[in-house]
Design a protein around this ligand. Structure first.
Ligand code: ADE
Ligand code: ZN
Length: 338
């Protein structure tokens, strides 16, 4: 397959995105527009200058800029516009199901009310469901650099909106903030009926993946790159069919890998791990779903069967009903058989 055939193949696949931070989809053009209408300063003169600052040596350098960018989001309309821009973009890439993270504390800590944030996001998701036929789940993520007590406050704030929220996650600075720090709030979240996921093994060690599984009881791991350091863990992931939501362009931009050819996803598929590909923070890492599929497939020389497997795995790992999973998976199968 040449490059344009590979691109065309990937564009046509019906896809599911399971690892996407809505704040990470904030494109510089929209950031400037929203900053202007809210009379907020951005410490960069232009879109070009801002984009030029997107050079990261690690997760923390990225997070500092990502939280600063989110500062200009104030009103329900801002959160709606942010989410709607993401949804129309991925609709153009044939993404048919999304499971979206939002970081309430990034906003509530600046004095923006929880209901303002979630209402804007929710209205855009509902509109996309009706008008673009995109199904969705919403995941509230706790910031792990903050305390468990603060996560509990966020859980409390979420209760009136419980029917809009499908699960909770754990993100932000991984090193030094192990999953075990959040044992109680994850247990309480599960008691409220929330599903559980956590970022683990992105920069942190494989032990954090064990903790996410054994202590937090998550049913999916975000990233999980470092699992390959521990064969016993690999065997557990396979046996329990635990999905890893990998983000290749993110890994490259945050120096989790030094070149795309080193990305572990092909090895993971070969071992039988339920590995999937997503975009994480597409506005910062240079690509949405199609670009992540394309760059990975090109660098690792993935064949059609491997690309198909990745597309199927994402529906398999999603929180859709078994009936909806089967419908989507048969569409993927048909697409590859035609
Ligand atoms: N928040 C947004 N993107 C993240 C990532 N890649 N890791 C941890 N926290 C994040
Ligand atoms: Zn992430």
């Amino acid at each position: 397959m040449n490059s344009s055939e590979l691109k065309k193949l990937i564009e046509g696949i019906p896809k599911a995105e399971l690892h996407l931070h809505i704040e990470g989809s904030f494109e510089p053009e929209l950031m400037f527009e929203i900053a202007k209408r809210n009379n907020k300063e951005i410490p960069y003169k232009s879109v070009a200058e801002l984009k030029n600052a997107y050079k990261f040596n690690n997760l923390q350098e990225f997070l500092d800029i990502y939280y600063a960018g989110a500062n200009v989001l104030i009103t329900e309309q801002d959160f709606f516009d942010l989410t709607w821009a993401y949804l129309t973009k991925v609709h153009s890439q044939n993404v048919v199901h999304v499971e979206v993270f939002f970081d309430p504390q990034t906003h509530t800590d600046r004095g923006i009310a929880f209901d303002v944030v979630i209402t804007g996001i929710y209205k855009a998701l509902e509109k996309a469901n009706k008008e673009l036929n995109i199904s969705y789940k919403l995941i509230m993520s706790y910031l792990r650099h903050l305390s468990e007590e603060e996560a509990f406050k966020t859980l409390e704030a979420s209760i009136p909106f419980k029917s809009w929220i499908d699960g909770v996650g754990l993100d932000s600075s991984e090193k030094g903030n192990p999953p075990s720090k959040f044992e109680k709030v994850f247990k309480a979240s599960a008691d409220h009926g929330y599903k559980l996921v956590a970022h683990a093994g992105e920069e942190g060690p494989s032990e954090y993946i064990w903790e996410a599984l054994d202590i937090l009881n998550v049913d999916r791991i975000d990233h999980g790159n470092r699992c390959l350091d521990d064969e016993k863990l690999v065997q557990k992931l396979i046996k329990d069919n635990i999905a890893l939501t990998l983000c290749p362009l993110s890994n490259l931009e945050l120096k989790v890998i030094s070149k795309m050819e080193d990305h572990p996803v092909a090895k993971m598929l070969e071992k039988g791990i339920l590995a999937t590909i997503h975009s994480d923070d597409p506005a910062y890492f240079g690509g949405y779903m199609n670009e992540n599929f394309y760059e990975t497939a090109k660098a690792l020389n993935l064949n059609k069967d491997q690309i198909k497997q990745l597309a199927i795995n994402a529906f398999e790992a999603s929180w859709l009903s078994n009936e909806d999973k089967a419908k989507h998976i048969s569409k993927v199968e048909n697409y590859f058989n035609k």
